[in-house]
Design a protein around this ligand. Structure first.
Ligand SMILES: [Zn+2]
Length: 71
């Protein structure tokens, strides 16, 4: 472990402590919507439904159309 990563780790801990103080009820996970941890620390299952964006649907439809024309 280099000093750089150690310092970064310390800074991260400080940030976490500051955030914990800023949110009295606790930090909220955006993944499983539970309090007390961040989404990147989440070990739970994703609760938010990921909806495909308009452009994604458009690209999908275009691709399907292209593939349909090729055959
Ligand atoms: Zn979570």
């Amino acid at each position: 472990m280099t000093l750089g990563t150690y310092n970064r780790h310390q800074a991260e801990r400080k940030k976490q402590a500051a955030l914990a103080a800023a949110f009295p009820q606790g930090i909220r996970c955006q993944k499983c919507l539970e309090f007390g941890h961040w989404s990147y620390e989440c070990k739970g299952k994703r609760k938010i439904l990921v909806r495909p964006s308009r452009t994604r649907i458009m690209h999908k439809n275009l691709k399907a159309k292209e593939e349909g024309q090729c055959r």
